[in-house]
Design a protein around this ligand. Structure first.
Ligand SMILES: Cc1cc2nc3c(=O)[nH]c(=O)nc-3n(C[C@H](O)[C@H](O)[C@H](O)COP(=O)(O)OP(=O)(O)OC[C@H]3O[C@@H](n4cnc5c(N)ncnc54)[C@H](O)[C@@H]3O)c2cc1C
Length: 462
């Protein structure tokens, strides 16, 4: 059966679009979740939506499981292939097809790197609302499929708030094009929103139309020190009230993070190590300089005693230095292998207590193991990274997800469920919701060929 479908795919797509065995590149064998590389049965590299449709029809006829792959930066194991699966890589479907400056939209193919889309938007005088650390490698299809969040959610929302329309190939090869450029189109069920965040389980995204935002004339950036989580939330509320254009970025780095960043990671930070949090804050400026700026708003909070120290970026180099501190965490696994990462949500009113509980439970259960907590605080999103051996994985998951359960949080804020969190979905979604998800999956993919084992929990006893 496997050989037949590979022969049929080769005949339909051409020999240079089907790779097997040693011809499969390392990039198609593992995503960024830390799972060990796996050689899929084959990798196919379609060049067009039509080729994706033909390939899916052949795979469906053969009952052949397929996993879509984008930039392979996903952290939940969604694009990580299984040995019996065919990986469908969108890497040849690259390009920004249109920037509509009148309607403020941009349409790109699924394999286009996010950074390419950002650059095209900027060249036309706009800003793309979606931004994340993996921008150079992650792709439009992956960002849509995971409903990626990132650094500017506070102002522009997650990917689902930044999309107007999609082109999606269904498991049976049908192509649907959801409403593209119009802000209003109130004509029944919203397919665009259904496919966003479906992690390859409902269809293959081949094109996306983003809405674009006005580009701020300037971007003010600061590093700030506060005493504790409650002070960080007080500051967030106060800045929201003082700054007419709001905030772009509100990144929190708790004490453990800051100490590792300026210690083993070798970053420079303006504050000495010690208790409290370091915040990376950015605000946009659009106007004539008459409005209250970030500097004035922070000065007012120094006077209020909410901030103990603050440094304002005087240049783009300063700003990038602030981000180097925050993004030092991407090297965590190199310094403390293996690192297990979490991406949880906690309601803001429970955040201070939840961080205290994380600290207490992790240090009691895994004494001496380096760990950090950081994240997109204003979005309720905490990332927890912990060095541990794989045999500790379950104990660590139980510890962190125990805090999530106790504070009615979510097991995934932005990275998605993928393979790694499928067994924990029921901590955040009710049985009725999971049943509905399974029903939608069965309707769109009745033979279950698209990304099996991702998102939905494995059947009981299975
Ligand atoms: C350094 C770093 C920083 C990161 N920062 C953030 C962050 O701030 N916020 C955040 O949300 N995430 C972050 N991530 C996670 C990751 O970058 C995002 O999940 C990203 O959206 C994945 O895009 P990708 O193209 O690499 O997708 P992949 O890893 O290739 O795939 C991810 C999922 O999408 C599916 N998929 C891919 N392409 C398609 C398609 N065309 N159609 C249907 N399904 C598809 C895959 O099957 C898989 O389930 C970070 C990752 C790294 C490594």
């Amino acid at each position: 059966m496997g050989d037949d479908v590979i022969a049929a795919l080769t005949a339909a797509l051409g020999a240079d679009s089907v790779r097997t065995g040693a011809a499969i590149a390392a990039r198609n064998q593992a995503d960024s979740s830390g799972l060990a590389p796996v050689l899929p049965r084959a990798v196919i590299l379609p060049r067009s939506t039509d080729q994706v449709a033909v390939a899916l029809r052949l795979c469906l006829a053969a009952g052949q499981p397929v996993v879509p792959q984008g930039g392979m930066t996903g952290l939940a194991g969604g694009a990580h292939p299984g040995p019996a699966e065919i990986a469908l890589s969108l890497e040849r479907m690259v390009g920004v097809e249109e920037v509509d400056a009148v309607g403020g939209t941009l349409t790109a193919l699924a394999g286009t790197p996010l950074e390419t889309v950002q650059t095209a938007a900027e060249a036309a005088g706009f800003l793309l609302g979606v931004d994340l650390g993996a921008r150079g490698s992650c792709t439009v299809g992956g960002v849509v499929a995971t409903n990626a969040g990132g650094n500017q959610v506070l102002r522009y929302g997650m990917t689902r708030a930044n999309l107007r329309g999609l082109e999606v190939v269904l498991a049976d090869g049908r192509v649907i094009r959801t409403p593209g450029k119009m802000l209003k189109n109130n004509t029944g069920y919203d397919w665009t929103q259904l496919f966003i965040g479906s992690e390859g389980t409902l269809g293959i995204v081949t094109r996306a139309t983003f809405l674009l935002h006005p580009r701020p004339a300037q971007r003010d950036s600061a590093l700030v020190r506060v005493a504790d989580t409650a002070a960080a939330l007080d500051l967030l509320r106060d800045l929201g009230a003082r700054l007419p254009a709001g905030l772009l970025v509100y990144e929190a780095m708790w004490q453990e993070f800051y100490e590792i960043a300026i210690g083993p990671m070798g970053r420079s930070g303006p504050f000495p190590p010690g208790p409290g949090l370091c915040l990376l804050i950015e605000a946009p400026g659009y106007g004539d300089g008459a409005e209250v700026g970030l500097t004035e708003a922070l000065a007012a909070n120094l006077d209020r005693g909410v901030i103990s120290d603050a440094v304002i970026a005087r240049s783009e180099a300063d700003r990038l230095g602030f981000w180097a501190l925050r993004e030092s965490v991407y090297e965590h696994n190199r310094h403390f292998p293996p690192t297990i990462g979490f991406d949880i949500s906690i309601p803001l009113d429970a955040m201070a207590a939840a961080v205290d509980q994380l600290r207490a439970r992790i240090t009691a259960r895994f004494p001496g193991q380096p760990w950090v907590v950081f994240g997109h605080l204003a979005d309720c999103n905490l990332h927890v990274n912990l060095m541990a051996t794989p045999d500790h994985r379950k104990a660590i998951e139980d510890t962190v997800y125990g805090v999530v359960a106790d504070f009615a949080g979510s097991v995934s804020a932005e990275h998605g469920i993928g393979r790694l969190k499928a067994p924990y979905l029921a901590l955040t979604r009710s049985p009725a919701e999971i049943q509905l998800m399974a029903g939608i999956k069965a309707l769109l993919d009745p033979r279950g060929i698209l990304s099996p084992g991702r998102v939905l929990p494995p059947p009981a006893g299975g």
